[in-house]
Unconditional design. Structure first.
Length: 258
């Protein structure tokens, strides 16, 4: 057996391991293409030129073309979001914020495009139930009566504050028996999270005279539709990786939250 054939056999093993280790669909397809070309050369050296021709045309060209079309159709993820200060908000026509940066980087690593869609409805959970994939925007989930969702692990620690005698809650925070109100429609008595409270206090002095108490330590989460279990699982792994790099994670928090 010639050295060329041995080299090709070893190359196929290495390429197989490379393909199995990749998380990006694009990288998998590139690896598969190289694998098919190497297989074609191997068939040719083994005196099977007809098989080599079929492999190079079907395996390395046609199949890859079909895969690319399929991936392009499935590669866009709908991300519904509640506009939330510091987390995900529009500034000068562009989205900005901690959650936006986190989700964008996660999807880019997976080779997926994101279609960010602002939620205007009073019940944002309806969007993910009807259309699926991701819901973001300062979400604190204290009400677990949602069957069709998978909450991520906590992406950022927060607190819940009671302002005055609350009988309502800020949109994006899910607690039982309390009516949700949009950020702009809150009056003097409500439950709110840390980033939204900070935005109000910085912009409106009226709250300085109100009684404000911490009622709970909590954390923000990203919500996934139940059919996207693999996407939720991959996001949690990504989150663990990001948090393990303490310097990077803290810089990200400081950049957007302060």
């Amino acid at each position: 057996m010639s050295y060329s054939i041995i080299f090709l056999f070893l190359s196929l093993i290495v390429l197989s391991l490379y393909i199995l280790s990749q998380k990006s669909y694009v990288n998998v397809i590139i690896g598969y293409g190289v694998f098919s070309v190497a297989t074609s050369v191997l068939f040719f050296l083994l005196n099977a030129p007809d098989v080599a021709f079929v492999e190079i045309t079907i395996g390395a060209a046609f199949v890859i073309f079909i895969y690319l079309i399929a991936i392009k159709k499935a590669a866009e993820v709908k991300v519904y979001y509640i506009e939330t200060p510091y987390m995900i908000e529009e500034k000068e026509g562009n989205l900005y914020g901690f959650e936006y940066e986190l989700i964008k980087e996660f999807l880019e690593r997976k080779g997926l495009d994101a279609d960010f869609i602002k939620v205007d409805a009073k019940d944002p959970m309806e969007n993910i139930n009807d259309h699926g994939e991701i819901l973001a925007g300062g979400i604190i989930l204290e009400d677990n009566n949602f069957e069709n969702i998978i909450p991520s692990k906590g992406i950022l620690l927060s607190k819940l504050y009671a302002v005055g005698q609350p009988n309502k809650i800020c949109l994006g925070i899910f607690m039982p028996n309390l009516k949700s109100k949009s950020f702009e429609d809150l009056d003097d008595d409500f439950i709110i999270d840390a980033v939204r409270l900070r935005k109000i206090v910085m912009g409106e002095e009226r709250l300085l005279s109100k009684k404000i108490e911490i009622i709970k330590d909590t954390s923000y989460r990203i919500i996934f539709y139940k059919r996207d279990k693999s996407l939720a699982r991959d996001f949690n792994k990504f989150l663990e990786e990001i948090k393990s790099d303490t310097e990077y994670y803290e810089n990200l928090v400081r950049r957007y939250i302060g």
